[in-house]
Structures are given as structure tokens and as C-alpha cells.
Design a protein around this ligand. Structure first.
Ligand code: AFP
Length: 320
């Protein structure tokens, strides 16, 4: 079954068209990534995004591709990109109801070394009574849909629109259903964190990692370590195998590194729909009301058992 058939069977024609259009954009991005070493698309673009991060040429290309695709859809009221300072509002479409919020190429600093990168998209709706600006800043619990594309050995698209999590594999330009109703294991074998940051974070995080390693934190289960440094790759493994991914606050990034709207919200929606959980240490990610589009958050996401155990440790620890 194709992605288009799947979304058309389960969702409104407008939402089906939107998800399919994003997938078409991902196919264009995928073609550039697959042959990146042969063209002039590797390396830095010489610019910085609003977060002060160096933009890669492929960041710019992926961003332009998704914006073009969204512009062509009359149902889209605005696009909000991690790469752009301000949301782009389509003011000439008062009846348009969707807002596409995206990180066009997550993990892009990994492109030059041929490691997985991804596209992440969150869809919000302009509900009656809300302005577009207000709709952009709704909590993640209000998302209509979320999806990511993992450009890895296979290119996999995973989406939820609130009725389970479904995976599709790219084959000859078409996303074909490969895993329906994906479930995250309730407990898993790995933790995933940039451990170089462990002394830069509150002690509770080093205690959590020590407890995962020696088996004292979750049911005597000793966890192994996996960290790609590309969130989509680390999340996709966590979805399939279980365990936990953490990016805590550090001295360098006291509010966390990952972005609430572009990264944490969509993947938390997918995690919860698959039976997993996601918190910022103190509260559910999907309950956080964003103050501005580029806001960051600490993130603990993965299997129920690991997320609950780390959340419990944080709740019991004195605030530093
Ligand atoms: P880039 O897009 O700049 O490569 O950042 C990737 C990312 O936001 C996310 O994909 C990773 O999980 C995280 O950063 C890795 O951060 P560290 O390099 O600090 O571990």
C-alpha cells in the first residue's frame, strides 16, 4: 500500500494531501542526499540560522524544497522552519487551516561523514477563534499530525495523525507501507546520550546513566550505550528497540539543545502514539505551552519504564 492510499483511507482529503506533499518534498531531498558527494551540495553554506548554527548547503536546499511544496498547497496557512528567523504566513489564505512546522534537515552536521540525517514535521491546526500566530504556539498535545523521514540505509517515513504510528519505506520514488501500528517496547536495551556532557549537567543525570549501566535503575536491566548524534537516527532506533534518549540541560545549553516545536513535539507525539513517553524532566513534553517558535527544551524520550524511572529520580532529587 502506498502512503497516499494509507492517508487517504484514514484521514481527510486535505490532511492526506498535506502528508503526501511533504513526502514528495522528502523524495526530492533524498535524491540530493544520495548523491551529495558528487555535486556541489556538501559542506557549509557560509550562513548561520537564527540559533547561531552554521547552515549546511543541504539545510538550505531542504528548507527551500519544503517551503516550495507547502506554498503550493492552499490548505497551508503558514510554515515555520527551524532555519528561518520568522514564520512565513500566507496572508492571502484566510480559510487555510494547517501550519507546517519543520526541521528540514536534522543532524545536518553529519552529512559530510555520510551518517543518517532526517526531516521532521509537526502539523498544527488554526482552530476557530485562534489567530495563525496563536495556533503556532499551541502545545504539542494539539498537533494534528507528526512525521519524520530517516535518510539511512533505507529511507523510512514514519507518521502519526493520532491513530497509531505507521512506517513506510521509499522504493523507486514511492513510500510503501512497511510497518503498520508500530509499538515501542515498554523497556529497552539502550540509553542514548552525549556522555561528554555528563559532568556539565545536574548530578541526577549522571546518577541516571550510572543506574542504567549497572542495572539498578530499571528492573535490574543493564543498558548498553548507543549515540549517533543525529536525533532522527537515535530516535528511530529507540522507537524500534526501546530504551531512552536524553538531552539534558548543560552548562552550555541550560534550556536543553533540542527545539520544542521542530524536534521534541513531533517525536513526542509519535513516541506516545507508539506507547512510549516523553518529558522535559518535570513535565510531559506535549503539555508545554511554547513561548516562541525557536524555544528549546531538555528532553527524555523513549520507553515507558526508562522515562518513568529517570523522571522519578529527577522528582526525588534536590534542584541544583
Ligand atoms: P545538527 O543539526 O547541528 O547536526 O544538530 C543535531 C542535533 O540537533 C540532533 O540531531 C542531535 O541529537 C544533537 O544535535 C546532537 O547534539 P550533540 O552534538 O551536542 O550531542
Amino acid at each position: 500500500m502506498t502512503l497516499f492510499q494509507h492517508v487517504s483511507q484514514h484521514h481527510t482529503p486535505e490532511l492526506a494531501a498535506l502528508i503526501t506533499a511533504i513526502a514528495d518534498g522528502a523524495v526530492t531531498i533524498e535524491r540530493k542526499i544520495r548523491t551529495a558527494g558528487l555535486g556541489d551540495v556538501l559542506g557549509a553554506a557560509g550562513s548561520e540560522n537564527v540559533q547561531g548554527e552554521a547552515q549546511q548547503k543541504l539545510d538550505v536546499l531542504a528548507n527551500d524544497t519544503l517551503i516550495e511544496v507547502m506554498k503550493a498547497l492552499p490548505a497551508v496557512a503558514a510554515v515555520v522552519s527551524e532555519e528561518d528567523d520568522e514564520p512565513i504566513l500566507f496572508a492571502d489564505r484566510p480559510a487555510a487551516k494547517f501550519i507546517a512546522i519543520f526541521d528540514p534537515l536534522d543532524g545536518s552536521s553529519n552529512i559530510d561523514v555520510n551518517v543518517n540525517v532526517g526531516t521532521i514535521v509537526s502539523i498544527q491546526e488554526v482552530k476557530p477563534g485562534l489567530t495563525v500566530q496563536e495556533a503556532i504556539l499551541q502545545p504539542g498535545s494539539e498537533q494534528v499530525a507528526a512525521l519524520y523521514v530517516n535518510y539511512g540505509p533505507s529511507t523510512i517515513l514514519v507518521y502519526t495523525a493520532g491513530d497509531g504510528v505507521h512506517g513506510f519505506t521509499l522504493s523507486e520514488g514511492e513510500f510503501l507501507l512497511s510497518s503498520e501500528n508500530m509499538k515501542m517496547p515498554q523497556q529497552g536495551p539502550y540509553y542514548s546520550m552525549n556522555e561528554a556532557n555528563v559532568d556539565e549537567s545536574d548530578k541526577v543525570y549522571s546518577d541516571a546513566i550510572a543506574g542504567l549501566r549497572d542495572g539498578t535503575l530499571v528492573d535490574g536491566k543493564k543498558h548498553g550505550s548507543r549515540y549517533v548524534g543525529s536525533f532522527i537516527a537515535d530516535f528511530h532506533r529507540t522507537l524500534l528497540k526501546g530504551g531512552v534518549f536524553l538531552y539534558p540541560p548543560t552548562k552550555k545549553v541550560p534550556h536543553g539543545k533540542l527545539r520544542l516545536l521542530y524536534e521534541a513535539n513531533p517525536l513526542s507525539f509519535i513516541a506516545e502514539q507508539a506507547g512510549g513517553a516523553a518529558i522535559n524532566g518535570h513535565e510531559r513534553i506535549l503539555a508545554i505551552v511554547p513561548t516562541q517558535p525557536h524555544v528549546r527544551t531538555p528532553l527524555i524520550i523513549g520507553s515507558q519504564a526508562e522515562v518513568a524511572a529517570i523522571g522519578g529520580l529527577i522528582a526525588a532529587s534536590p534542584r541544583e
